[in-house]
Design a protein around this ligand. Structure first.
Ligand code: DQA
Length: 142
């Protein structure tokens, strides 16, 4: 089965950005790990990242049109983007699955991170396990 692993703004800066929060591994490491986990789990995994809301929305539409499940780290869009939420809703309403993931545990951080506008339309959420959050999401889909 095909799975799109979609990452929102600033996640291309992994390894450089706040390593105390997000760890020392880079975005390239995440792409490689996604490929490895995919082959271990028998999933056709493609990892992408964008800082652009409209591009992220388009990729979520693409998942619907190509019948792909989604692992989505909406990053800061998590907390305020109704456009990303409405796109994510189309995935789950069409019988596909969408797992929201976070590297950090947003509930242990600033107040504004305690709200996810995406969580209510996701199949489920994995947060707080570093890069392992993505692996756990892929295991759930497999
Ligand atoms: C994040 C958590 C968000 O609050 C933050 O804006 C991010 C990354 C995470 O993976 O922990 O950019 O989604």
């Amino acid at each position: 089965a095909r799975v799109l692993v979609l990452n929102g703004p600033n996640l291309g800066r992994l390894g450089v950005r706040e390593p105390d929060v997000y760890g020392a591994l880079s975005y390239t490491d995440l792409v490689e790990a996604g490929r490895r986990w995919g082959s271990e789990l028998g999933l056709d995994v493609e990892v992408r990242q964008t800082d652009d809301e409209s591009e992220l929305v388009r990729w979520i539409h693409e998942a619907v049109d190509t019948r792909s499940d989604v692992v989505l780290n909406p990053a800061a869009f998590t907390h305020y983007s109704y456009a990303v939420r409405d796109a994510a809703a189309q995935v789950t309403k069409s019988g596909l699955r969408l797992v929201e993931v976070h590297i950090s545990n947003p509930y242990a951080r600033e107040e504004f991170r305690h709200t996810s506008v995406v969580g209510g339309v996701a199949t489920g959420t994995v947060a707080g396990f570093g890069f392992e959050s993505y692996r756990l999401a892929l295991i759930a889909l497999a």
